[in-house]
Design a protein around this ligand. Structure first.
Ligand SMILES: Nc1ncnc2c1ncn2[C@@H]1O[C@H](COP(=O)(O)OP(=O)(O)O)[C@@H](O)[C@H]1O
Ligand SMILES: [Mg+2]
Length: 239
């Protein structure tokens, strides 16, 4: 399988507090790579490490062979990574239009207009609420705008941290379907952290299980779902 992001022997955390221990994982191109694990196991920290937001003690993280460690988040974004944080991923005081322009501020005006047209095809909510403050939108609609913002610079890889958090099951399903659509229609590489492990593993391709900052499983999503011990221990599904 084709790898796009390679994490090698990563030790990382926040200043002197180490959270990730010797994590090695490779994420596949054009696939949905699902990271699961108990609360506090370091899932968000792994995504933040890829995006240059943690303290790295040792290890390597490459995107198509380019070392990301030591680069600032804006450089990592320029290289082709989009990161959708777990919370506060949108400017609630700005309109949908303003949010998209903010997300694409590095682009030339013409290119930005073109990109906005393209993402609006995928996310109808954009045209519907073009001039509305995003703070007025529902949770699901806000999440769609946030995904569109992440997409605006044509990233190679999208990192999603619990994009369905706090949403009703129906809306959560719509968000998940949108992520599947990104993979299938754009061949996007996605790294997805999900609280609803079962749902994510059902639609995902590759699975990574983090427990207490260590990677304890890497393999197929089906394989993890059916794993006799791990599934019942960590995923709340009977194997
Ligand atoms: N900014 C931070 N500073 C210090 N510790 C943090 C910070 N963010 C998270 N942590 C700690 O790191 C550990 C792992 O957190 P996190 O990666 O958010 O786990 P998960 O996403 O799997 O729930 C937790 O113990 C958490 O308290
Ligand atoms: Mg988290």
């Amino acid at each position: 399988m084709k790898r796009v992001i390679e994490v090698r022997n990563l030790n990382a955390g926040y200043r002197r507090l180490q959270i990730l221990f010797d994590v090695s994982a490779s994420f596949a191109r054009g696939k949905i790579n699902v990271i699961v694990g108990p609360n506090g196991s370091g899932k968000s920290t792994l995504l933040k490490s890829i995006f240059g937001l943690t303290t790295i003690y040792s290890g390597s993280i490459t995107l198509d062979g380019i070392e990301l460690i030591g680069k600032a988040p804006h450089e990592i974004a320029r290289i082709g990574v989009a990161y959708l944080p777990q919370t506060e991923n949108i400017f609630e005081n700005l309109t949908v239009n303003e949010n998209l322009r903010m997300a694409g501020y590095v682009l030339e005006r013409d290119e930005l207009d073109e990109r906005i047209e393209e993402v609006a095809e995928l996310f109808p909510v954009i045209k519907r609420y073009w001039r509305r403050r995003t703070g007025m939108l529902s949770g699901g609609e806000r999440q769609m705008v946030a995904m569109a913002m992440a997409l605006i610079r044509k990233p190679k890889v999208m990192l999603f941290d619990e994009p369905t958090g706090g949403l009703s099951p129906k809306i959560a399903n719509e968000v998940i379907s949108k992520i599947v659509e990104l993979r299938d229609s754009m061949d996007m590489t996605i790294i997805l952290v999900e609280q609803n492990a079962k749902k994510a593993l059902e639609i995902g391709d590759h699975a990574y299980l983090l427990v207490s900052g260590r990677l304890v499983f890497e393999g197929g999503c089906r394989e993890l779902l059916k794993h006799p011990q791990l599934a019942s221990l960590y995923l709340g599904v009977s194997g």
